[in-house]
Design a protein around this ligand. Structure first.
Ligand code: SF4
Ligand code: SF4
Length: 367
């Protein structure tokens, strides 16, 4: 297993992190899988209150491993209140379920945005509560998980409040690349969620699989190698539910060099070539957001391109189906929830006819 320093913290994390959002249904199997990953060198475990029984099951897996494994969890921030009482209740609930005294990496709000930072955390005193918990030794590092625009993520880094960010990045969704580079320069750790697109790049059909000299065993391998070849990435969280996935990921994350210079060039060339095939060239910049109906416009377009350009039809449909489910990596609603209010279109620098395109997405992926 390879290890990298997490920003300025001095902590070395395994390049492969265990994402406990899709654990095997059988609890004993889930515990065994996590503990096997710890034996193989994984030392970063990421869970959240909203992942069902995940925190409690992680607590069982941590027995005997607490001194070797770093734990990350997220504040769900239910409702629109950030009152002291509710915050402590949520925080202590996580400690109890995990059966630990201190959370190593506390993600202050599950999916923090610039607005929730300035509102809940600054104006309404949320950061004071977090600082108090840190002073009392119940939090080691204050971090964020974030789906906001790259500009807002950079503003969040510039606050200097956070030791690290958990963000989305994969070879077909590179909009956060500038954020990764900026964080790296500032000594802020970066954890990647969805390195294989929430599993969606792992299936058959990805034409990129054969683009690097010598090829790769699976498209999941290529996707993971691409993400960890970025020097600004500390660790990539994979939501593993099977031993075979774990073993494949461990093998990939144990390589000294994830991609050679030639392999990187070959991937870039293939990506550029396929971009030309995209009629729908959405950069994922999110300027069109937020949508009053919470339609995740760039995610819907990404699935459409995965289907049309990359031949990932089955997986694009699965991804589209999973929108609106808070347990998935992707958030927000489907194209079919667009009410054609027209708010988004004038904000798109690519002049995409968003409403028309969303109808096509719903027709292609919705059945
Ligand atoms: S037109 Fe549709 S996608 Fe755009 S903001 Fe309105 S509801 Fe959202
Ligand atoms: S639809 Fe336009 S504004 Fe929205 S993410 Fe894509 S390129 Fe950016």
């Amino acid at each position: 297993m390879q290890y990298r320093k997490f920003g300025k913290t001095g902590v070395s994390l395994s390049v492969l992190g265990f994402g406990a959002m899709r654990l095997p249904k059988d609890e004993d199997e889930a515990v065994q899988l996590m503990q096997r990953s710890f034996e193989l060198g994984v030392n970063y475990l990421d869970t959240a209150v909203i992942y069902g029984e995940s925190e409690r099951i992680c607590g069982k897996a941590l027995k005997g491993w607490r001194d070797k494994v770093y734990v990350s969890t997220k504040n769900p921030l239910w409702g629109d209140e950030y009152k002291e009482e509710g915050w402590w209740e949520r925080f202590e609930g996580s400690l109890q379920r995990l059966d630990i005294d201190c959370i190593d990496f506390y993600q202050v709000i599950h999916g923090l945005s610039w607005d929730t930072y300035t509102g809940y955390l600054q104006e309404r005193g949320g950061m004071d509560l977090i600082r108090k918990a840190k002073e009392q030794g119940m939090i080691n590092y204050v971090c964020i998980s974030c789906h906001d625009t790259p500009e807002n993520m950079i503003k969040l880094i510039d606050t200097g409040e956070f030791a690290g960010l958990t963000i989305q990045y994969n070879l077909l969704d590179r909009v956060n690349e500038e954020v990764i580079a900026y964080a790296h320069e500032k000594g802020v750790g970066i954890i990647i969620m969805g390195p294989v697109g929430g599993g969606r790049l792992a299936g058959p059909g990805l034409k990129l699989k054969d683009t690097i000299p010598g090829g790769v065993k699976t498209s999941a391998e290529l996707a993971l190698r691409f993400v960890i070849s970025n020097p600004g990435v500390t660790s990539a969280i994979s939501g593993m539910s099977e031993m075979s996935q774990l073993l494949e990921n461990v093998e990939v994350c144990s390589r000294e060099e994830s991609l050679s210079a030639d392999e990187k060039i070959a991937i870039e060339a293939a990506l550029e070539e396929n971009k030309k095939l995209m009629e729908l060239y959405c950069t994922g910049c999110k300027y069109c957001m937020p949508c009053p109906n919470n339609v995740n416009i760039p995610a819907n377009f990404r699935y459409m391109n995965n289907h049309k350009v990359w031949g990932l039809t089955e997986n694009a449909k699965k991804g589209y189906d999973s929108l609106s489910n808070p347990e998935n990596v992707e958030w927000g609603n489907k194209a079919s929830d667009c009410t054609e209010c027209g708010d988004c279109e004038p904000k798109c620098p690519q002049n995409i006819k968003i409403m028309e395109q969303l109808k096509e997405v719903a027709a292609a992926l919705g059945s």
